[in-house]
Design a protein around this ligand. Structure first.
Ligand code: MN
Length: 408
C-alpha cells in the first residue's frame, strides 16, 4: 500500500494540475505529486463518476469523448477526493481504500495516453517561419504571402506518434545536398528536433468548430517533439509539403494537462496585422505562458517561449475544420516549432546552430550541429500562473524524451 502525502502548493504536479496518463499495465490514472491514482479502480469503487469512461479503460479516449461537462465534474470530484484525503474528512477506511489505488510515479511505466486519431502539425511561430525561410529559401521573401492570412499546416502520420522514452531509429530516405549532382538514398545526415505544444481533441464534431468553441472540443495539451530529417525534407517538400522527412516518428509526453489547469496561465497573444478573416476572429484572444527547455545529452541548449505564438490553438482548430472536416476524439494538432527572437530561444537545432554554422558546445566538451546516434533530447515545459492566489505557481508538463539509435 502507498501512503498518501499531499503535494506542496508549489509542486508543478500539485492539486492545481491533475494531469492524466495511461500506463503500460493497461489502466489510466491521474497524477498528484509523486503518486498516480488508478482512475478505473476509483470509478469502480464509486469514488468518482465519469459515466464509466475510466472503468477498464486502457487509454483516455473514452473519457476524452465525454465532453466538457464531464471533464469539469470529474476534475471537481478529484479535487474533493484528494483534499479530503489530506484533511482527513474522507474518513480512515475511505483513506485506506484510496491508498490501495495509488502508485508511485517512479516505477510506473507510462504508455501513449490516448489513441491518436489524426495528427496535424502547424507552423505558427513567426520567428520559426522566418528562420526556416531564410535557411531553406534564402532568395525569397521571409514570409510567404499566405502566412499571416491562415495557419499553415500539414497532415502528419498518426501511426508513428510514440510516447516519451521510445527510441527513435535514424530515418533513411532520399536526400540531395545543393552541391550534389544526384540524389542518393541512406541514413539522414541532418536529423533535427522541433519543440512544440500539441493539443488533444476530446469532444468530436461533425463539421466546422467555431473559433470560440475551442474549449468545448479540446481537452488539453501535451509536449511534442516533431523529429525532422532536414536533408530528406529539403529535397522532398516542394511542391506538396513535408512527407517522409517527418513521418518516421513524433514523440509526445505521457501527461495530458487539461485546459482547466492552464486557465490561470493565460497570456496575451500577439496582435494580428493584417486583421484575420471572420472565421478566425476570436471574441477573446489568448495564448498560454508556457516555458520550454531543450536539453541535448543533458545540456540545456534552448528555452523556447510558447506565449508569443501567432496563431492560437483556437484558430488552428477552427481552420483545420473550416472546410467541413470533422474533429475526432484523439485528434492531435501541434503548434509548430516554437521559437523566440534569439538563438537561445529556438525550438529546432537547424535554427539553434544556423544550419551548422554555429555548433553548440555540450557540457562534455563535444560540439553538435545535428543529432548523432546515441544522442538523447529531452524537452520539458511548465506553464506559469499569473495573478490570483496561484500567482507564480508552475503547472508541470513533465518531459518528452527520445534517444536516436542506429537503424538496424
Ligand atoms: Mn513541426
Amino acid at each position: 500500500m502507498t501512503e498518501w502525502t499531499e503535494p506542496a502548493a508549489d509542486d508543478p504536479f500539485g492539486l492545481h494540475n491533475l494531469p492524466l496518463c495511461a500506463t503500460r499495465d493497461g489502466w489510466v490514472g491521474v497524477r498528484a505529486g509523486e503518486l498516480i491514482l488508478n482512475l478505473g479502480a476509483a470509478e469502480e469503487a464509486g469514488l468518482l463518476d465519469a459515466g464509466g469512461a475510466f472503468t477498464r479503460a486502457g487509454t483516455l479516449n473514452r473519457f476524452l469523448a465525454t465532453g466538457r461537462p464531464t471533464w469539469t465534474r470529474v476534475r471537481e470530484q478529484l479535487t474533493d477526493l484528494f483534499t479530503g484525503l489530506s484533511t482527513g474528512t474522507a474518513g480512515a477506511p475511505h483513506r485506506a481504500a484510496v491508498e490501495a489505488m495509488l502508485h508511485p510515479v517512479a516505477g510506473t511505466a507510462l504508455a501513449l495516453p490516448f489513441e491518436v486519431a489524426d495528427y496535424v502539425d502547424f507552423y505558427s511561430s513567426e520567428e520559426h517561419a522566418k528562420n526556416l525561410s531564410r535557411l531553406f529559401r534564402p532568395d525569397s521573401p521571409s514570409l510567404l504571402p499566405n502566412w499571416k492570412s491562415l495557419p499553415i499546416g500539414y497532415h502528419g502520420r498518426a501511426g508513428t506518434v510514440v510516447v516519451s522514452g521510445t527510441d527513435v531509429p535514424r530515418p533513411h530516405g532520399q536526400r540531395k545536398a545543393p552541391d550534389e549532382e544526384r540524389p542518393s538514398f541512406g541514413p539522414s545526415r541532418r536529423l533535427d528536433i522541433e519543440a512544440e505544444l500539441g493539443f488533444v481533441v476530446g469532444a468530436p464534431s461533425t463539421g466546422p468548430v467555431g473559433v470560440d468553441d475551442f474549449r468545448a472540443h479540446v481537452y488539453g495539451a501535451v509536449l511534442v517533439n516533431d523529429w525532422s530529417a532536414r536533408d530528406i525534407q529539403a529535397w522532398e517538400y516542394q511542391p506538396l509539403g513535408p512527407f517522409l522527412g517527418k513521418s518516421f516518428a513524433t514523440s509526445v509526453s505521457p501527461w495530458v494537462v487539461s485546459l482547466d489547469a492552464l486557465e490561470p496561465a493565460r497570456a496575451a497573444a500577439p496582435v494580428q496585422d493584417p486583421p484575420v478573416l471572420d472565421y478566425l476572429r476570436e471574441a477573446e484572444r489568448y495564448s498560454y505562458d508556457i516555458r520550454f527547455e531543450v536539453f541535448w545529452n543533458g545540456t540545456l541548449v534552448s528555452r523556447p517561449p510558447y506565449a508569443g505564438i501567432y496563431w492560437t490553438p483556437a484558430q488552428q482548430l477552427a481552420h483545420l475544420t473550416a472546410n467541413g472536416a470533422w474533429a475526432r476524439t484523439g485528434d492531435l494538432y501541434a503548434s509548430g516549432t516554437i521559437s523566440g527572437a534569439t538563438p537561445e530561444e529556438t525550438g529546432s537545432f537547424i535554427e539553434r546552430t544556423w544550419n551548422g554554422a554555429h555548433p553548440v558546445r555540450l557540457d562534455d566538451g563535444s560540439t553538435r550541429s545535428f543529432l548523432e546516434d546515441g544522442d538523447t533530447v529531452t524537452i520539458s515545459a511548465a506553464a506559469r500562473c499569473a495573478g490570483g492566489p496561484a500567482d507564480g505557481t508552475m503547472i508541470g508538463f513533465g518531459e518528452v524524451r527520445g534517444t536516436v539509435v542506429t537503424r538496424v
